[in-house]
Design a protein around this ligand. Sequence first.
Ligand SMILES: [Zn+2]
Ligand SMILES: [Zn+2]
Length: 131
Amino acid sequence: MLTGSCLCTVNKYTIINKDAAVFRKIICHCARCRKISGEYTTTNIVVPKTSFKLTRVSKWPSLVPGLLKSTHTFNAVLPDDKHGHICFCSHCGSVLYRESEMQGMRGLIFVPVGTLDDIDSVSDLRKEEWY
Ligand SMILES: [Zn+2]
Ligand SMILES: [Zn+2]
């Protein structure tokens, strides 16, 4: 089992069945990923939706004025199906996961590796580069 959270830890998640065939790391160089992350690339682990569970635990004041709501996440839907919808923490603004709408990738969740509690736990995962 893997665990992770957003920056402020209001939103936590667990990933079960780490060894399922679908698990891999994708390093993406596309323009959209650069905008999402503010970096040259993003690195996400790919997880079946059925293996990913979002849990919400603590109370934390919003780091983003106006974003504190009764729910702890909000989704941005991008016009390209490759990136599908992006789930952000509504308290700190961190990206928690993305859900692909792309043909052949439906039902998969992309989780930024930087949100994992133990980043070394995925060091052995197969890598793919996307452009
Ligand atoms: Zn947060
Ligand atoms: Zn991308």
